[in-house]
Design a binder for this molecule. Sequence first.
Ligand SMILES: O=C[C@H](O)COP(=O)(O)O
Length: 254
Amino acid sequence: MARKFFVGGNWKCNGTAEEVKKIVTILNEAEVPSDDVVEVVVSPPFVFLPVVKNLLRSDFHVAAQNCWVRKGGAFTGEISAEMLVNLGIPWVILGHSERRLILNESNEFVADKVAYALSQGIKVIACVGETLEQRESGSTMAVVAAQTKAIADKVSNWVNIVLAYEPVWAIGTGKVATPAQAQEVHSELRKWLHDNAGAEIAASTRIIYGGSVNGANCKELADQPDVDGFLVGGASLKPEFIDIIKSATVKKKN
Ligand SMILES: O=C[C@H](O)COP(=O)(O)O
């Protein structure tokens, strides 16, 4: 099954109402490959989701950056999956390393969130990735496999999941993984899915790369057979995000 190239823009905790509108204008005016070739999803902070959803071109979609682990209620400060559904937000990013590491979200908690969001009909960009210390100690695959296993233990249907491999040492550091490093982990993750979730899930699940992707390095990364797109942080706030979207055509040629 062909895996459609996927480019996500994670705006993280950035932007004013004015800046957000400017970014949307740039996106709306950009000439990019059609949505048959690339799926584009941008993820503004919660407070800007409605305005971005309303102003954004119809071939691009929006994602929340998080949601609560189960049905809403007395959970001050949280946003429920039901609220996202109510606003027509189709995607959510879950398990980003900034939430795992700064807010202590465990593998199990992330997996519960993934399962709950999916149960409400929201598609999930599920993030996994190792720290520098873990990479240097040779435990990269053990770490990402454990993060993926926690999800696989709770979810059997992967149709609405995009798996984002984001090495923590590459996020916001300018130290992008080499194409070979990204390909190595992506292909091992696909093998893990094959052996533990089934051949069909392994063949059809998109595994995207995140960590210092920019307009200059995206094509070489996109050329790797198991890199099915990107989750972009800093560069998704800049016009070069358009070049990253266009790197989908590298894949199309293969
Ligand atoms: O979700 C996106 C990743 O954290 C990558 O961020 P970055 O492109 O700024 O390194």
